[in-house]
Design a protein around this ligand. Structure first.
Ligand code: GLU
Length: 476
């Protein structure tokens, strides 16, 4: 089967409202838009929907930039501020008035309320039907002359169906009678969200709108605005929301957190991109893939219709695979970045040791937090404080055993894993013990933990003096 052609004219966008942090669901939406644009060699744009001035803060916008940057989702050009485009939004509402697809409405709040009450009493849908839609010219002229405030409403179709062709959901239809003449411009001249989104998407040349399916009904109303302006309707792709492992709405405990919380937990961008891609999209049975593969494979056809379930264990598993697959320079950069995030002030010496030990450390860690925990032996200072398991391994005969081992270590021909292993093996044989019986207390003395990278690698990382000193701390 030949692959569908790439289309560099594709333009996608991510349009978050800056009212908090970059939510994990937003991160996934951004990722899908980014991957789709990059797949086609098109553009991925960013628009900050800061229309709600009261709730939008510069800090929240900064958090979105930061979250996207950390995820590695670079956008093309400068981010667009929706609020700065209000003049243009109002102008489009004006054009709609002029072409007869919108009208001025002077209905008061009381009139609208009364209309709804009556509709309810008569068991009709409570959608407001403004008398101004079909008012005669004289009435309108009188209001205009009196300079009374008005809103601009869309002249929505009253009969038939409104259909949205969705790349994920298929054709979705609404009865026109279920959609009201929505307000486009408020009486203070500010646009409503629904208008602003359409005008911005059109002006930014957006060809594909990929977003959460909580916006599906909005798409119906937005498509009416596109048609009223005779603008091409973009391809819509509404992706099912992320649910918790139990199928219920994603709760905090189940992962409904900001992207920065995942960063703090020690997940790496590669792992996050891979896992988030799998939340709602698939490529056969592939669970673990690189970002290059994601870009190569990403398409709208393979977005599932069912809600994706967030699963921390899967995320950790995939993340661990990325940590293991990563080249050591990249991992070192991420680890140091993570130390800075955790406000761990590393001495230069520790930093070097940590970098050197990465090949052994990365085999055992699913997150950077785990990696640092396993690297405890590097960052800890003497005398170490053994955890429970290590303390147990250091009980009984262990100190004497290590004391007897010490002169052999001192005499090792070279401070390298091979020769050190030879020394410990020979010693164990002479003592009539299995290697593990010596390695276990040795590991506990050197790392204060029961799990660590290979003990001979640990000895090399720590160096001769520190190794012997830590053993001496135990043997007394
Ligand atoms: N600003 C909207 C939100 O954060 C998204 C609008 C859209 O994608 O069309 O939910």
């Amino acid at each position: 089967m030949s692959e569908p052609a790439r289309d560099p004219s594709v333009v996608t966008r991510f349009a978050p409202s800056p009212t908090g942090f970059l939510h994990i669901g937003g991160g996934r939406t951004a990722l899908f838009n980014w991957a789709f644009a990059r797949h086609h060699g098109g553009k991925f744009l960013l628009r900050i929907e800061d229309t709600d001035r009261a709730r939008s803060t510069p800090e929240a916008t900064a958090a979105i930039f930061e979250g996207l940057r950390w995820l590695g989702l670079d956008w093309d050009g400068d981010a667009v501020s929706q609020a700065e485009r209000h003049g243009r939004h109002a102008a489009v509402a004006g054009s709609m008035l002029a072409n007869g697809t919108a009208y001025k409405c002077w209905a008061t709040r009381e009139e609208i309320e009364a209309f709804r009450e009556k509709a309810k009493a008569e068991k009709r849908p409570p959608l407001f039907r403004s008398p101004w839609r079909d008012a005669d010219a004289a009435e309108i002229a009188a209001k205009e002359a009196a300079d009374e405030p008005y809103v601009i409403r869309l002249k929505a179709p009253r009969d038939g169906k409104v259909m949205v062709e969705d790349a994920v959901q298929g054709s979705v239809t609404w009865e026109a009678s279920q959609l009201d003449d929505l307000i486009l411009l408020r009486s203070d001249g500010t646009p409503v969200y629904m208008l602003a989104v359409v005008v911005d998407d059109h002006d930014m040349g957006v060809t594909h709108v990929i977003r959460g399916d909580d916006h599906l009904t909005n798409a119906a109303r937005q498509s009416l605005i596109y048609r009223a302006m005779d603008w091409p309707v973009p391809v819509f792709a509404h992706i099912p929301l992320i649910h918790g492992p139990d199928g219920a709405k994603l709760s905090k405990r189940h992962g409904a957190l900001g992207v920065e919380a995942y960063r703090e937990m020690g997940y790496v961008p590669e792992g996050m991109r891979n896992y988030l891609a799998r939340l709602g999209w698939s490529h056969g049975d592939d669970e673990f893939f690189s970002t290059e593969e994601l870009i190569d494979w990403f398409n709208l056809e393979s977005i599932g219709k069912g809600a994706a379930r967030f699963d921390f264990a899967k995320l950790a598993n995939i993340n661990g695979q990325h940590i293991r697959a990563m080249d050591d320079d990249r991992l070192a950069a991420l680890v140091l970045d993570y130390c800075a995030l955790r406000e761990l002030d590393l001495e230069a010496e520790h930093r070097d040791m940590l970098t050197e030990a990465l090949p052994g450390l990365k085999e055992r860690a699913k997150t950077l937090a785990e990696l640092l925990d396993i690297a405890h032996y590097i960052l800890a200072t003497r005398p170490l404080d053994p955890d429970e398991k290590a303390a147990k391994a250091l009980g009984g005969e262990a100190p004497e055993l290590l004391a007897r081992l010490t002169p052999h270590l001192r005499a090792a021909s070279a401070w390298k894993p091979g020769p050190l292993e030879d020394v410990v093996r020979t010693f164990a044989e002479d003592e009539g013990l299995k290697l593990g019986k010596v390695a276990q207390p040795l590991r506990a003395a050197l790392t204060a933990r029961a799990v660590s990278p290979g003990v001979f690698d640990v000895m090399v990382t720590l160096g001769r003096d520190e190794t012997l000193a830590r053993i001496a701390d135990v043997t007394g």
